[in-house]
Write a protein that binds this ligand. Structure first.
Ligand SMILES: [Zn+2]
Length: 262
C-alpha cells in the first residue's frame, strides 16, 4: 500500500526524483529509505515498542525463527505486529547456521530441514513471508540460489571492513532501482549501538549512514534482535531505536519492510 501511495505522489510530481528514481511507464518506484529488521522470537519486546514505531510512522520486518515453538500469545502478538503494517519473515526452523548443516548435508537437505518446514509453519499460522533472514548470516552461493526460489529477498549480514565506518562502506547501500535485481540484501548489525563495550557500534556511525542514504538517494538495511536495554539475547536499546527512527524521519527517508521491496 505504501508503495502505491509513493507512486501516486510520483505521478503528481510531488515525490523525490533522483538519478534512476523516476517512475517510468507506471512501474512503482521505491523511495530512498531504511529497512529495519529484527530477528528470532522476541515478540513481547517487539510489541512493547509498537507505539515507538507508530510515533515515527515506521515499519519493520521481523524474521521469526522456530515458529513451531511460538506460544499462542506470541502468535497473537505477531498478528498484531502484522496488522500494524509490519512484515513477518522467515528465519529458519532450528536456527542452525547453514554452513554447519552443509558439513553433513546437501543444500537441498538444508532447505528441507531448516527452511521449508519453517515457511510452511508460518503460513499455517497465517503469515505469508516474502523474505528469509539467514541465522548467524551463514550462507553459500548455493543456498542463496535455492532460497531465492522460495523468497523474493534474503537478508545477509556483515560488518564494515578495513576499519571503515558504515557510511563509507559502499556495499551496504543500494540505489532503489537496484533492489529488485538484488536477491540478497546486506544488512548491518545494530545490536549494542551506544554500548560503550562495543565502541565500533556507535550512534554517530549509524546517523552518518542514514545521512548518506538520504543525500545519495539510497536504501540501507539494518538488523538487530531483542529491543530492550538488557537482553535476553542480543539487543538494541529502545532509546537508540528511537534515535534512529527520529533521524530517518527527519531526513525524509522511507521506512520499508521487506514486503514493500520489489
Ligand atoms: Zn537469529
Amino acid at each position: 500500500m505504501r508503495r502505491y501511495i509513493w507512486s501516486m505522489l510520483m505521478g503528481l510530481g510531488l515525490g523525490w526524483s533522483g538519478p534512476g528514481g523516476e517512475a517510468v511507464g507506471g512501474t512503482e518506484t521505491l523511495a530512498p529509505g531504511v529497512v529495519l529488521t529484527f530477528d528470532d522470537a522476541f515478540v513481547q519486546q517487539w510489541e512493547a515498542v509498537l507505539p515507538l514505531f507508530a510515533k515515527y510512522g515506521a515499519h519493520a520486518t521481523f524474521f521469526v525463527s522456530g515458529p513451531q515453538k511460538l506460544s499462542p500469545a506470541q502468535v497473537e502478538g505477531l498478528h498484531r505486529l502484522a496488522a500494524a503494517g509490519h512484515a513477518v519473515g522467515c528465519h529458519s526452523w532450528q536456527h542452525l547456521p547453514a554452513a554447519d548443516v552443509l558439513k553433513t548435508h546437501t543444500v537441498d537437505e538444508y532447505v528441507a530441514l531448516e527452511v521449508t518446514p519453517a515457511l510452511a509453519k508460518l503460513r499455517e499460522l497465517g503469515f505469508e513471508p516474502t523474505c528469509f533472514g539467514y541465522p548467524n548470516s551463514s550462507r553459500t552461493p548455493e543456498t542463496d540460489a535455492a532460497l531465492l526460489r522460495l523468497f523474493r529477498h534474503l537478508r545477509i549480514g556483515g560488518m564494515p571492513k578495513d576499519g571503515k565506518g558504515l557510511a563509507a562502506s559502499d556495499e551496504f547501500f543500494l540505489k532503489p532501482d537496484a533492489v529488485a535485481q538484488h536477491g540478497c540484501l546486506l544488512g548491518k548489525g545494530m545490536d549494542y549501538t551506544g554500548d560503550e563495550r562495543y565502541p565500533e557500534r556507535n550512534l554517530p556511525d549509524l546517523v552518518a549512514a542514514l545521512e548518506r542514504a538520504a543525500a545519495q538517494g539510497e536504501v540501507l538495511v539494518l538488523y538487530a534482535h531483542n529491543i530492550a536495554d538488557h537482553g535476553p539475547g542480543h539487543h538494541l536499546s529502545p532509546a537508540v531505536l528511537e534515535a534512529v527512527l527520529a533521524k530517518a524521519k527527519d531526513l525524509g527517508l522511507a521506512f520499508h519492510t521487506y514486503d514493500d521491496l520489489p
